[in-house]
Design a protein around this ligand. Structure first.
Ligand code: G3P
Ligand code: MG
Length: 239
């Protein structure tokens, strides 16, 4: 089972920072999940929310700041400054360490014209297309990415109770994975995806009881904020 460090090792370190990604890698995790938005000057930046307020020392919309300004904003702690990372910086790091990445395009609330094209261009620049899985709650972004690059692996993200026929829905768009909310997932949903040849990666699994249920259902991967204990519990079965 693949273990994705959700926003890096976000259970112990500031989410979506290079520190959180590096700490996950040091813990032995080879797969990361991160979220991308566009800056005012159209650069890809790594942060979860559309607003800076929750995770940084600044306020306002991410897209109202230039990249250079975002890099000077603290997404870390008072003791340990961590600028908001640009995807370029992350790609250099991921390439260096052979990291597999689920990049979530955060276009569910904001519309960032051309974000899929920019993302693909960067992945091609770093030779990371094969080591990347693209997802979004905005299925239009996923379908756009598939149109631009049929060989890049993609996933439909869904919240709440999910989709009844997620497997056939994803297969219809040649989308390889379904990313449901583990709190609502049922074995029937997993089995339907498997029957259609669609993989299932589940978020966000920090509860070890829920993890053992996902293991018994043979899901392909889990996203967790606590990658070290999850990998320890899975032993040799984690990728
Ligand atoms: O991609 C899985 C998960 O990250 C989706 O939800 O809100 O944590 O980005 P969120
Ligand atoms: Mg995410």
């Amino acid at each position: 089972m693949r273990v994705f460090a959700h926003r890096g090792y976000s259970g112990l370190y500031p989410e979506n920072t290079m520190l959180a990604f590096e700490k996950a890698r040091e813990a032995g995790c080879k797969s990361m999940e991160l979220d991308v938005h566009l800056s005012k000057d159209g650069e890809l930046v790594i942060i979860h929310d559309e607003m800076l307020d929750r995770t940084t020392n600044a306020k306002g919309l991410v897209c109202s700041y230039m990249l250079s300004e975002l890099q000077a904003i603290n997404a870390g702690t008072n003791e340990n400054f961590q600028g908001i990372p640009c995807l370029d910086e992350y790609c250099q790091w991921a390439k260096q360490y052979g990291i597999f990445t689920n990049i979530e395009i955060k276009t569910n609330l904001m519309y960032y014209p051309g974000i899929e094209d920019k993302l693909l261009a960067m992945l091609k620049l770093y030779g990371l297309v094969e080591q990347t899985l693209i997802s979004s709650f905005n299925h239009g972004s996923v379908i756009r990415m598939k149109q631009l690059c049929p060989e890049i692996q993609c996933a439909f993200l869904v919240g709440g109770r999910g989709l009844a026929n997620a497997g056939s829905y994803a297969k219809n768009f040649s989308v390889e994975y379904y990313h449901p909310d583990g709190a609502f997932l049922t074995k029937a949903h997993v089995d339907e995806c498997k029957a259609q040849g669609v993989g299932v990666n589940v978020w966000t699994i920090d509860d070890l009881g829920l993890l053992s249920k996902m293991t018994s259902w043979k899901v392909d991967g889990v996203f967790t904020n606590h990658c070290a204990p999850v990998m320890k519990l899975l032993g040799e079965t984690h990728a």
